[in-house]
Design a protein around this ligand. Structure first.
Ligand code: ZN
Length: 509
């Protein structure tokens, strides 16, 4: 049932303000006010807690989906509802705009939110930029490390769009999925964008194999599953000139083709299996796909991309976006390192290849703080792009803590420093602990400057799981204190995020 007849008029807002007066120290999130044929809905903050208020003016039975405490005011009967999962589900069935949608090939920006409270600021930052927001972007790894469920992540996005009255549609990215179990988990929570991570199937050794070895491995690929034959594929990629819309052409030799297929043959197969699984198991579930080969040892060459794009096309796998491993260093939480001219040259080739095989978006993973790269992409002004950020919002939360409660920030930093050797293991970073000042020797007001130091940023970045999971000794209370302090300093946090994301989004306009 589509009940998305949401509206807001001045009368609704006045009514909401009037109702809010009945609560102690409560403020109204004005943009959240919505009404439908059954009543009025809005979000308030009472002291440090947020509540959904639902009026029960006409037919009490209509709003039974929501659960809360009944409160009588002079003229209205209302429900004061906690922001729990049941009420988030009720809200999604009441207002379509609080459910994720497919974004397709429009420019989009991914805002990972590991704390679940940055969404409203993300939406403000993205408004009027031409980018569609992708909220609820969380990988299986992030879920496990932060000890959150996929449903919690989705619910946080629902509350954020409701609070901001953001009715233009948002995507929800189930990021870095490796197995069909991962798919089940994320479909269940209502995610709509599925990022397939085939990194377990990339044969990085192909990089150093000699031609003889490559040839042997090439013939041993699962050709039945690939619905092709060794000679046929070889002919296809060597006989035809691989021209690109950009006017350049690729001229792979036999060895390039062997190497490309040996490296990515199993990836193609895995991508097809994952998309087939989702489409056949959940035929009614809206889904769009990204393939991410960003976590490989070597950059994806234009020919390798051509091979992946061409073969997926032939196998009928339709992508909304693809994340190559781009040239240069995309380390976590800091700007790009490398030759920007070279990046630009290769990016243009990747663009041309994406265009040739259906115009899918190029997806920039580890997109946090890659300002120089955004300038390049913005200046090209062609093709569609998806950018993924996550850790950078956590760092803005820590900036807020450093400003509002420096002692807590210092505790988190000292803890993160101790965790570094262990926590850095799965990340691409280059931080050097020797270059970070001893936190205890800094004055409280100096601590915040560490958020602009690349070494400190990376140390804080990789420790997020240990800080937030609640299961590490000495860190049991960090998350609670963090959330409390951010809630108390909501405006400051929001401004930090807005200012920071302006730097992420401006280069594209
Ligand atoms: Zn990635």
């Amino acid at each position: 049932m589509n009940r998305d007849n949401s509206r807001t008029d001045q009368e609704d807002i006045s009514k909401a303000f009037e109702i809010v007066k009945h609560f102690d120290e409560a403020v109204l999130y004005e943009k959240s006010v919505k009404s439908d044929n059954y009543g009025l809905y809005f979000l308030i903050r009472e002291r440090l807690n947020k509540y959904l208020i639902v009026t029960q003016e006409q037919q009490y039975s209509k709003n039974v989906e929501f659960s809360g405490r009944e409160v009588e005011t002079d003229s209205y009967s209302i429900l004061k509802c906690e922001l729990n999962s049941k009420n988030a589900a009720a809200l999604r069935s009441t207002f379509d705009f609080t459910k994720p949608v497919l974004i397709g090939k429009e420019n989009s920006y991914g805002f990972g939110d590991r704390l679940g409270n940055a969404g409203p600021a993300h939406l403000r930052a993205v408004r009027n930029t031409g980018f569609k927001p992708v909220l609820a972007q969380q990988s299986i790894r992030e879920l496990d490390r932060t000890n959150r469920t996929a449903q919690e992540v989705m619910d946080a996005a629902t509350w954020a769009v409701f609070q901001e009255g953001y009715t233009d549609g948002f995507g929800a990215d189930a990021d870095h999925l490796k197995t069909t179990d991962d798919i089940d988990r994320m479909v269940g929570a209502g995610f709509t964008m599925f990022t397939i991570d085939p990194s377990d199937y990339v044969v990085n050794d192909a990089q150093t194999m000699n031609k003889e070895k490559l040839e042997k491995a090439y013939y041993e690929l699962p050709w039945d599953d690939l619905k092709s034959e060794p000679m046929q594929l070889m002919d296809h990629y060597s006989a035809n000139e691989l021209s690109l819309p950009s006017g350049t052409s690729l001229e792979p030799d036999e060895e390039d083709i062997y190497r490309g297929m040996v490296k990515y043959g199993h990836v193609l197969n895995h991508a097809r299996k994952m998309t087939d699984y989702l489409n056949s198991t959940y035929p009614d579930h809206p889904a769009e796909f990204e393939l991410s080969v960003d976590e490989t040892d070597q950059p994806t060459t234009p020919f390798e991309h051509f091979l992946i794009g061409g073969e997926l096309n032939r196998l009928g796998v339709e992508l909304a976006s693809l994340a190559p491993r781009f040239y240069g260093e995309f380390e976590k939480g800091i700007d790009f390192k490398g030759d920007l001219d070279q990046f630009k040259k290769e990016y243009e080739q990747h663009l041309a290849i994406a265009e040739r095989f259906g115009g899918y978006k190029l997806s920039i993973h580890s997109g946090s703080d890659k300002f120089s790269v955004y300038n390049v992409i913005g200046s090209l002004n062609s093709g569609a792009v998806h950018v993924k950020t996550a850790g950078t919002s956590y760092l803005e939360a820590l900036r807020t803590i450093a400003q509002a409660k420096p002692k807590l920030f210092r505790d988190i930093l000292e803890f993160s420093l101790k965790r570094f050797e262990e926590d850095k293991k799965t990340y691409h970073i280059s931080a050097d602990l020797k270059k970070i000042p001893v936190p205890a020797r800094l004055k409280y007001e100096e601590l915040v400057y560490l958020l602009d130091d690349n070494h400190t940023r990376q140390v804080l970045h990789v420790a997020y799981g240990s800080v937030l999971s609640g299961s590490e000794p000495h860190a049991e209370n960090f998350k609670e204190e963090l959330m409390y302090t951010l809630q108390k300093n909501e405006k400051l946090y929001e401004n930090n995020l807005l200012e920071h994301f302006k730097k992420h989004l401006d280069p594209f306009n």
